[in-house]
Design a protein around this ligand. Structure first.
Ligand code: NAD
Length: 518
């Protein structure tokens, strides 16, 4: 197949007034299409249910974005049956044909770019540039996994003994249940599902209950791209209601999950049990939370370090699994870095991205439960250390806004140990570089981490010793690029599946060895 070499999708240039205008009109058009109903899609047919998910704009919770049918066990059963049937033909569809469909989905996303961005800005309330980075990431996943499938379609080279031929190749697994979080409702849902599809599996697509309209939009893209009926089935619903059923069922071959560690562990546990008629050990791909640290050494470029701490801590209101939630500052530069971080964090513009436009640098948090959780951690932080920035969040009925917040705390305090998943940064002072690295590693998570230093010895030490799946030097720690910074965590952060990397697709396939003696 002749394809241009892979490269990351460029971002929209928001300094170009034509793009700002295009986004404004997309917001207007999408704004006129809110409050619609979205059914399930099983075997290509629209299916209504008794339950519904009412999705709202987090910046304006009285504004309904859409009503999405919520699956019950009955529909989950239908979807599993349909996906099992569709596996027969999809698993035998040529890998090239599957890859082409992914490339077409990428092209559709490019064409619908501003429209999908507008839906995201209403449903998840990220700043425009954050929504755009996610859409670019989704396109990257489709383009990259299509090429990866072409690389792997004939298997990989192995050795043979004289007189024999040995082949090592991959085959699809079966029905995959893809369960996504709300914080990357476009990128992660696309990434997990496209990897499962391009490798020849059929999919139950279960978006987060907070971003199910975006899930419906991805389903539209897949349908338009030509994914055959039943190969991908749109089954939104409440995790607590259908999650266990989907994970436990004997027809489920694997589960690809991204979300909280609590849910991830439950999925792992349920998937491990064999039930009646189950004929395989289920595979789980589980990526979870983080408590990511940036270490600032005494030799660092302090202004760049401060800027990247602020970008990593407050991009999408700290609701990235990769977000910096701990800044560990060498004692000799502590005061100066802190001063600069405070200045830059104070300059962030908090607002409602759908109404206030391209200049908003931080929107609200996603939902009322998340607002309550972050607010209660702010109370914990006040009792554990000194609040250097931020005030108590306001009335959630006016939007789930939480101001950028900074605490100076001890390394073992709860706000410095537990995942808060909001715009709350814990600043910790370290005696020296060894102490800083020790503090960074003293946490059960191990997703991302960063070091700002000009000391080669310290960077080499961190390269070896920083216990995280993605470690970045002298730059921000968020925004991993597909194909460039494969992403996945150590420790309680996950099974280190490295999305967007060369080892990812084989997790969705069975490797087969066939040997013939001549
Ligand atoms: P969550 O665990 O609450 O929900 C994730 C998904 O699981 C949702 O679709 C939910 O409906 C579903 N679910 C809930 N209960 C279930 C059950 N019993 N069985 C099956 N599915 C169930 O997480 P969230 O709040 O949506 O997402 C935020 C979390 O995701 C954070 O911890 C964040 O760090 C993590 N995250 C990790 C990565 C990564 O790559 N490691 C990326 C993004 C987000």
């Amino acid at each position: 197949m002749g394809l241009i070499p892979y490269k990351n999708e460029p971002y929209v240039d928001w300094s170009d007034e034509a793009n700002v205008e295009a986004m404004r009109s997309a917001l207007e058009e999408v704004g006129a299409s809110l409050r619609r109903d979205y059914p399930l899609v099983i075997g290509g047919k629209k299916v209504d249910t008794d339950g519904e998910i009412v999705s709202v704009n987090p910046a304006n919770p009285s504004q309904v974005v859409g009503r999405v049918a919520a699956a019950t066990e009955r529909e989950a059963d239908m979807a599993l049956e349909t996906a099992s049937g569709a596996f027969e033909s999809w698993s035998r569809t040529e890998p090239e044909a599957r890859a082409r469909i992914m490339l077409r989905a990428a092209a559709i996303m490019r064409r619908r770019r501003f429209e999908i961005l507008a839906w995201h800005v209403y449903e998840g309330a990220p700043p425009w540039a954050e929504a755009d980075a996610q859409l670019a990431e989704a396109i990257d996943f489709l383009e990259y996994y299509a090429r990866e499938m072409l690389r792997l379609k004939d298997g990989v080279e192995i050795y043979a003994v004289p007189g024999e031929e040995s082949r090592y190749f991959y085959q699809p697994m079966g029905v995959g249940v893809v369960i996504a979080p709300w914080n990357f409702p476009v990128a992660i849902l696309t990434g997990m599902s496209s990897a499962a599809l391009v490798t020849g599996n059929t999919v139950i697509l279960k978006p987060s209950e907070f971003t199910s309209v975006l899930g419906a939009k991805l389903m539209e893209v897949y349908e338009e791209a030509g994914v055959p009926p039943g190969v991908v089935n749109f089954v939104p619903g409440y995790g607590g209601e259908i999650g266990d059923y989907l994970v436990t069922d004997a027809r489920t071959r694997f589960i690809s999950f991204t979300g909280s560690v609590k849910t991830g562990l439950r999925i792992n546990e349920l998937a491990a049990r064999q039930i009646e008629r189950q004929r395989w050990i289920k595979r789980t791909i589980v990526e979870t939370g983080g408590k990511d640290a940036m270490v600032i050494d005494d030799s660092a470029d302090l202004d760049a370090a401060a800027a990247d701490i602020v970008a990593s801590a407050y991009g999408y209101s700290g609701q990235k699994c990769s977000a910096a939630s701990r800044a560990i500052l060498h004692a000799d530069v502590h005061d100066e870095v802190l001063q600069r971080v405070l200045e830059k964090a104070r300059a962030l513009k908090l607002g409602a991205p759908a109404e206030d436009g391209v200049d908003v640098s931080m929107g609200p948090v996603i939902s009322e439960p998340q607002f309550e959780k972050v607010s209660s951690y702010i109370d914990v932080g006040k009792s554990e250390g000194e609040r250097l920035l931020g005030e108590d969040p306001g009335d959630p009925e006016k939007g789930y806004f939480v101001p950028p917040t900074i605490f100076e705390v001890e390394p073992r305090s709860r706000v410095a140990q537990e995942e808060i998943f909001g715009p709350v940064l814990s600043v910790i002072e370290a005696r020296d570089f060894d102490d800083a690295l020790r503090i960074a590693n003293d946490n059960p998570y191990g997703l991302t981490g960063g070091v700002y230093s000009k000391n080669r010895g310290h960077l080499e030490q961190a390269r070896r010793e920083f216990n995280a799946g993605n470690v970045y030097f002298n730059r921000k720690i968020t925004g991993a690029l597909v194909g460039v910074q494969p992403f996945g965590g150590f420790g309680m952060s996950g099974t280190d599946s490295k999305a967007g990397g060369p080892d990812y697709l084989p997790l969705h396939m069975l490797a087969k060895t066939v040997v013939e003696r001549f």
